[in-house]
Design a protein around this ligand. Structure first.
Ligand code: CDM
Ligand code: ATP
Length: 310
């Protein structure tokens, strides 16, 4: 096995341009048909040789525990990814890890999942473990439903509980403005709220997750017009129910000239689709001044999944 001295991996955030949520399965997870797009907002994981594991976190959410905060201990997905790979490869978990966070926490952008995917890639290189792609995907799925997509990146269809990922053809580059509104939202809470709304008949119940076909067609054609018309997220109603003020945020994005706007994943981030790069800059400026978002970021996608920075 060869050993590297330092490995730096960039991990992109994701948005879901389609999120069809089916019924709860026997294992407690919901069946999904989702289309992920990796976008140009990155955390960076740096791995260096060490004795035992150590972890430091800087940037978004750094500073400990609690809502919206990132723990720098063994509960961090980065730490868990390191232990899992070491056990799988039969090596000692020796590494000094640092995560520089730019992806807002508990925002529906899968920041923690991206970090976990990046850690698998970084330590596979640092330790020279040469786990194959299938093995890395398998380990990723044990860490979280969104983690395999963090390895794959680009544009991909997610089925199962989201962990079965297949890349899909997408024409061109899309421009988005992400509006991060208020405090983070807990993913299990948002899924539970959807179950409650369905049981109460406040949103239609479904026998299976809604098809992603319309979104896949629009992506293949590369038409922002068409994509804007078919974006959908079954978790949006639940996020809005828990955070009624998000309605104003989605409306603000549409009124500011977005072709379409929807809640990203479990929220509360609002993803607004712009026509092109210049449109995204204009939209970002408008939304930054609207007073409904804590942070506004113009991003593009698809971008590749977790990989070494150089
Ligand atoms: C909302 C999304 O980000 C959309 O891509 C994902 O579905 C969430 O993926 P994630 O954060 O990786 O979620 P996991 O760590 O696997 O699961 C956290 C919790 O979310 C709920 N969960 C997650 C995925 C899924 N298909 N059904 C669920 O009901 C479950 O309560 C689960 O205990
Ligand atoms: N490396 C990490 N970065 C961020 N959060 C982490 C990390 N490791 C563990 N966590 C915990 O996970 C929680 C959710 O974090 P994350 O930012 O991944 O949420 P999210 O973007 O809403 O996820 P998803 O979209 O996958 O549901 C945080 O509140 C934090 O306590």
């Amino acid at each position: 096995m060869s050993a590297a001295s330092e490995v730096v991996v960039r991990a992109p955030a994701k948005i879901n341009v389609h999120l069809g949520v089916g019924p709860v399965r026997a294992d407690g997870f919901h069946a999904l048909h989702t289309v992920y797009v990796a976008v140009s907002l990155y955390d960076t994981v740096t791995a260096r040789p060490g004795k035992g594991l150590s972890l430091t976190v800087s940037g978004e959410g750094a500073g400990g525990r609690g809502a919206g905060l990132v723990p720098a201990d063994r509960t961090n997905l980065v730490w868990r990814a390191a232990e899992l790979l070491a056990a799988h490869a039969g090596v000692r978990a020796d590494a000094d890890l640092h995560v520089a966070k730019e992806i807002p926490v508990a925002a529906g952008l899968a920041g923690g999942s991206a970090d976990a995917a990046a850690t698998l890639v970084a330590l596979d290189a640092l330790w020279g473990t040469r786990a194959g792609r299938e093995d890395l995907l398998h380990l990723a799925a044990q860490l979280g439903s969104d983690v395999p997509f963090g390895l794959v990146g680009g544009t991909a269809l997610g089925t199962g509980r989201g962990e079965q990922v297949s890349p899909v053809l997408a024409g061109g580059r899309w421009h988005w403005v992400l509006g991060i509104a208020g405090e983070g939202l807990s993913t299990p809470r948002v899924y539970a709220e959807l179950d409650r709304l369905r049981a109460a008949g406040q949103v239609p119940d479904v026998a299976e997750p809604g098809s992603a076909d319309a979104v896949l067609t629009a992506l293949r054609r590369g038409s922002a017009d068409e994509l804007g018309a078919v974006l959908s997220n079954d978790l949006q109603a639940a996020a809005l129910s828990l955070r009624p003020d998000l309605r104003r945020a989605v409306r603000a994005a549409r009124e500011a000239g977005a072709r379409a706007a929807l809640v990203s994943g479990s929220g509360p981030t609002v993803a607004a689709l712009a026509d092109d790069g210049r449109g995204a800059v204009r939209l970002a400026a408008e939304l930054a001044g609207a007073g409904v978002f804590r942070t506004v970021r113009a991003v593009t996608g698809p971008v590749p999944g977790a990989r070494p920075a150089s």
